[in-house]
Design a protein around this ligand. Sequence first.
Ligand SMILES: [Zn+2]
Length: 374
Amino acid sequence: MASARRLLGRLVYGSRYDKVPWGQRVYVRPGERLIREAQWRGLLRRAPVVEPEDYRASRPLGEIEEFIACTLCGEERSQPLFEPTGEDAKWRYHVVRCPSCGFLYRNPNIRPERLGDLYAKGYSKFLTGKYAANRQRRYRLTMDAFSPVFDDGAGRRLLDFGCGAGLFLELAEQRGFEAVGVDLSPDSVAQANERLTRGRAYLGSPEDVPEIAAGGFDVITLWSVLAHLPRPLDDFRRFRELLAPGGVLMILTVNANSLLLKAYGSAWSGFTKNHLMFYSADTLPVLLRRTGFAGAGFAPFYGDTIEAGTTKLPDSLRERLRRTVEATDGGNMLRAMAFADEEAITRWSGTREVRRLRAEPAAAKQEPLDLTGT
Ligand SMILES: [Zn+2]
């Protein structure tokens, strides 16, 4: 398959784009976006919609797994689409699409009580070295993209959910935040606490730690965590409760609307071993609305080298990449800011367009129409 794709690229585009990094090629080759979008629509049309009994009968179920319905809308039927497989076939899972709301998720999924099994010893080794430097660069770029939220943390409390080895908590401290984190990996939490000076990382869930369970956070961050959550509705209701009035929740996760997914299918980089659910700018707002958030704003993702200005792409291709990402919100990552309430929208949205999530009548009741203009 991979070699067939390479051959096709060679036939259509010659060697003109050989120097463009693999992850950027589909964004800069002329016409490729339209081709991939058409292929995607064709795939969705052709994929059969399967009844839950038939689906369960057709798939093996691992010891720590369970079959689930669509988390966002409860739909039980599904469209089997992908079968990501790790190198050397060390792992493999099935990804389906909800025919009602379009949500993409792993089915069977992981039993929540067995989630810790995925993050037992050894997980933290991925979080250091060159990986750490790249991670922190990505954090900085995303903090900038959501300015003014992260500009000045003085007097503000921040919770990093799934804090790993504390790479982001360290940056949050530098920006003045009173920062705490939680994580399921004991090794990571130990590393984080070595890294931090004022902040503190805890092992477990927010409700296990009185200081965190008390809530009152101005900012909660989920860096590459959302795709790992088997019960996002429960988690997001808790996040909403933990936020202070005017609070915001920042999310970075793989983008289920990525052009790279449409191009590479099961081989997409977002289908990593421990990912369970895959959100887009269409499906994430459903989760946020159902868990009591007032609004959502998005920052398109162009890639770290483009945003950091270190890319070797010529200007013309860089511009084309930007246009391709913006045309369909097709960047490889999804970056979102969820606003707890109207106060949060007023204070932190900046110039960003905000999608209101509450039903209109309720919002109108809360806040009388202001005709004076702002
Ligand atoms: Zn659904």
